[in-house]
Each structure stands twice: as C-alpha cells, then as structure tokens.
Write a protein that binds this ligand. Sequence first.
Ligand code: MEV
Length: 328
Amino acid sequence: MSQTIASAPGKLMLLGEHAVVYGHACLVTAVNLRMRVALAPRSDDTVRIQSATLSEPFAAPVAGLRGPVQEVPEAVRFVVGALQQFWDETGTRTGFDIETASQFTHAYGLGSSAAVTVATLQALAGATDHALAPADIFRLGYAAVLDVQSGIGSGFDVAAVTYGGTLYYAGRGAEIVPLTGEPLPLVVGYSGSKAQTTALVRQVAKLRQENPEAMDASMQHVHDLMKEAEEAILCKDYARLGKMLDVNQAWLDALSVSTPALDTLIHTARQAGAYGAKLSGAGGGDCMIALVNAQTRPQVELAITQAGVPGAEVLSVETSAPGVRLEA
Ligand code: MEV
C-alpha cells in the first residue's frame, strides 16, 4: 500500500516558559529541523512502528493499544497517543505501518515529542478520508501529549509545530495568534546537557504552592511582558526585545531553573554584543537563545563555542518555519 508522509517542525520557546503552564502567555517559534512520519494503512489490525530510536520495530494489535498509553514502550508513546486520539475521533480501528525519522535529536529540547505527535495525526488524516483542520490537529495532539505526560504541559509546543511561524500562545490554547513568518535574528546555543522538563515543572509548582501570592503576581508580570514582546516582534525592534529576554531570564533565575552552563553561555553572549539572552524551555539544560544582528552574530557564535562549557555547541536553525504539512 502507498505511503503518506507528513512532517512537522521543531520549536523553540522565546519567552514565557513556566508561566505559560498556568495559562499565562508565551511566545514560541517553529524551527526548520523537521520530524517526518511515513504511514500506510494495513489490511489487518496490526500497528507496526519503526524509528531510529528502536532497536527493532514495535508491533501490537489495535486492541492491545487501547489501554493507558504509559503501558507501551517510551519510544512509541507519542505515536500511540496520537493513534488513540485518531481512533476515538473517527470511530475507526485500522492498523498502520508507521515509520518516523527526525532531523534533530530529542536531546536538544526542540520539541521532538510534539512534532512526532502532530506529524502522525497529519499523516493519519492524509492516509484516510478523515480530514483534520489545524485546530483539530492541535486539539487531538495536545490531548495525546497530556495523556503521555500525565497531565503536564501547556500545549505551546503542540501549537508551534501545528501552525508554524512565530506565535503568541495563551490560555492553554485559548489564544493562538500568528505574529510573523519571517525568521528572527537568533543564535541558539545547546548547553551540553538534556533538561528534565516534567521535574522542573513540578519544582516550579512546589514553589508556587509555597508562595502562591508572590508567584502569581510575578507570573502576571511575565504575562504583561509578553504583550510588550509581541509588539517588539511586530515592529522588528530587536534591541527592545533583547532587553525583554534579559528581564525574563532574571525571573527564571529566581525560580532556580537555570544552570551554571546556561548562565555562562547567556553571560558570554551578552558580553559578545547580543541584544539580550536567556534560557529557552524548562531550564535545567537544553538550549539558550541570544538576539543578535548581522554584525554581532559571528562574535556571539564564537563566544558560545569558546565559553568552556563541555558539550556546548551553536545549533544551526532558522526560526518561523512552516507548520505541519503533507509531503509529496
Ligand atoms: C518547557 O519547554 C516549557 C514549560 O513552560 C513547560 C510547558 O509549557 O509545557 C516549562
């Protein structure tokens, strides 16, 4: 049977992480490294999944995949989560051959989970008569991600990889506003270690439980900052946006989610002439971002690679990439 292929981009959080978990706003952009899912319906009720992260293909009957998604191996959970949502939405129980391939490692925190979930949903829609609009893909994708992550996640990553471009995102998906399809002048530095997103989200939840008023007030400030940052992006005022990156980083620092490696790369980038810099994502590892111009880009990139942080590297990515799509 012929294959249907869909691809979805990675994502980078620009500003607003952690506060977005509580319904506040964040700004997020899609990046031009893509996750590809190739899929073909089967004539029996078997699901067979192949990917570079599996030593051998995973296979199971549809009936065996209807229970809690945590019962399947970790490497196939987001694909099975997407299948479960699709079967429930369409009332079907078809088996599929599915193959996933990524242009980026999950180590960078560029959103491989959201990308594989959303690309699977788009491929399922493309391979069957069940058309899914972007809003349906976001709704089903977010439900699948929440299932896999035991209810943790704001959904900003699912929106980014579904719609693409650079977005304003708030209210757990109640507000998704496209800001631009043009790349932003960003340098992305990997800090050499992988973040544990759910542990960091729980750490911030504990902090909020212990200091509810102070935390809610400070999150409201972060929310207000997003409105200003949105305006700066629309006017391409990157010097002003850079200052907001710094302000947002100060708040993330106060939450103790930054690391010495991230701090070093952030300070190095600022000293090398960046407009501003901050961590991107949950913290505890993964990436930092710095806003630059054509003159400062080479020196900021060089400074990151020479900062003496083990495993640190500059990632070659372009922002505001197109969202999920069917491939020829
Ligand atoms: C993680 O990349 C960003 C967090 O805000 C979690 C989320 O929004 O789901 C920490």
